[in-house]
Design a binder for this molecule. Structure first.
Ligand code: BG6
Length: 490
């Protein structure tokens, strides 16, 4: 069964940073796949800018090579590749320089078309690009601005960026990407919660013991040390991806799923997060940094060496015990954890239900395990509900844990689109629902900032963990102290 295509308008997609890592690894492959599936109208164009000094043909050649690297070979079709390349153009432009903007302006010759300005560049340039676009009269009613994270490194810098882009673009024209929100399983979380009746009555502190949200990676920082060392796991992953997941788990049902309604509800969750400040940070947050170890049987260097910063105090791992201080979630811990160079690549949300109130079956017949709903985002997408069942056979009732599985790959035969495919089409359609609104980004910074401030004030050193392990031992004690355990991937 093929997926129905939502019609998208003709657009000029301008990619600033058109030869950069993000553009070649994610954006161009995503646009190619949308073209291959017939979603891009024939007139849609992709206008890249960079300092690479390429002409249109030179850029097309480069992108041809990159598509071979970053699109799975079974998805590559020669005629579609050529059709896609014909949409591309390249303008040499140094953002800090006045040259090049006239040429870009001349290429943007139809003011009625949707214009997407995708800033796949350093956030420090977001304001400058917006101002230049305005100066050259390139911002139309139908224009949209796409910003990649990080939106700042703290609240003040996020506000500064938001002010600078907000001076040129209205909030409804600004699309702040959090690619986690484009993942199928993340959107399915909303559908599972709100398009079914059986979960919602249990979705609260009465039935749920705690929630775990894990995003574990085996990769190290690789060539991103320059950016990463000024960021760290808290700002790179928690401020955005993990808090967005937490919001989707904890939010109230909106009246309907509209452009603003889901974002309104997510904002309320962020505002309800109990602040973690001062000495509480030492109790509720664990920071770690990997040292040399073995990942998938291969030697992996220490972070400090990989990033070229021998004295770095940047955390590559963080675990947090968070609380959502509202009626629904009072007393339910939300344990968040993310790290690089861990023992497995897996992102998942675990909803751990409470144990039965009274053990009715004699212990000799086995114990009933508390129910657990595991929502897997990576590597496979799916959902698993752990239950207790009777072991078949005569001679009494013996209890045995079983699971109900929904594997996306076996339940749905269609290719699951990459997050960027869906998000880019939403931008062109002007649908902001899966993008972070200014108030959400700032509320998330407001919660994260005191944790970072405490580390800076106390010159805290992250705990060392060998690459290829599950992180520092203190993260285990963070949950064990509460009489709980991290869920390990099955
Ligand atoms: C990015 C972070 O936003 O998300 C990276 O900057 C991280 O450090 C990546 O590796 C993880 O994304 P995914 O989709 O592979 O889980």
């Amino acid at each position: 069964m093929s997926q129905p295509l939502v019609e998208v308008p003709v657009a000029d997609v301008v990619v600033f940073g058109g030869t950069g890592d993000l553009a070649v690894r994610k954006l161009l492959p995503a646009l190619y796949l949308r073209d291959r599936d017939g979603q891009l109208p024939a007139e849609t164009r992709i206008l890249a800018t960079s300092r690479a000094g390429l002409d249109d043909d030179g850029y097309r050649d480069k992108v041809r090579g990159e598509l071979m690297r970053f699109v799975a070979s079974e998805e590559l079709e020669d005629d579609v590749v050529e059709r896609f390349l014909a949409r591309l153009a390249h303008t040499s432009l140094d953002i800090a320089d006045p040259d090049g903007w006239e040429e870009l302006g001349a290429r943007l010759d139809d003011p009625e078309r949707v214009r997407v300005f995708y800033l796949a560049i350093s956030p420090g340039l977001f304001g400058t690009v917006s101002a230049r676009l305005a100066e050259h009269g390139l911002v139309t009613e139908q224009s949209r601005l796409v910003l990649e994270k990080p939106i700042g490194h703290d609240l003040a810098s996020a506000q500064e960026i938001n002010d600078a882009v907000g001076a040129v673009f209205a909030e409804h024209q600004i699309f702040r990407i959090d690619h986690y929100l484009g993942k199928e399983s993340v959107q399915n979380l909303l559908v599972t919660r709100f398009a079914n009746t059986f979960l919602e009555p249990l979705w609260n502190a009465t039935a749920i013991d705690h929630v775990q949200i894990t995003a574990s990676e085996t990769l190290g920082v690789g060539g991103r040390g320059g950016y990463y060392d000024g960021s760290g796991a808290l700002r790179d992953m928690v401020q955005n991806h993990l808090l967005q997941l937490l919001c989707l788990v904890a939010m109230e049902p909106p009246t309907y799923v509209g452009h603003e309604t889901v974002r309104d509800e997510k904002l309320k969750v962020l505002q309800a997060l109990r602040p973690i400040t001062g000495a509480d940070v030492d109790q509720q947050v664990v920071a770690g940094q990997y040292v040399a170890g073995l990942v998938d049987g291969a030697a992996a260097a220490a972070y400090a060496e990989e990033a070229g910063r021998p004295d770095s105090r940047t955390e590559t791992f963080v675990a947090i015990r968070a609380e959502v201080a509202n009626w629904r979630w009072a007393g339910v811990p939300f344990y968040l954890r993310t790290g690089k160079r861990l023992d497995r690549r897996a992102s998942e949300i675990v909803i751990q239900f409470k144990d039965v109130p009274h053990p009715m079956f004699p212990a000799a017949e086995g114990t009933s395990e508390p129910n657990r709903l595991v929502i897997q985002l990576q590597p496979e997408e799916g959902m698993r509900l752990h239950l207790t069942a009777k072991e078949p056979g005569p001679g009494g009732i013996r209890l045995r844990p079983v699971s109900l599985d929904l594997s996306y790959t076996s339940a749905f035969t269609e290719r699951s689109p990459e997050a960027y495919e869906r998000l880019l089409m939403d931008v062109v359609r002007g649908n902001p629902q899966l993008f972070m609104r200014r108030d959400e980004v700032e509320a998330a910074w407001r919660w994260v900032e005191p944790i970072h401030e405490h580390w800076t004030r106390t010159a805290a050193k992250p705990r060392r963990y060998p690459a290829g392990t599950s992180g520092p031992y203190a993260a285990t004690t963070l949950v064990e102290r509460d009489g709980r355990q991290w869920h390990e991937h099955e």
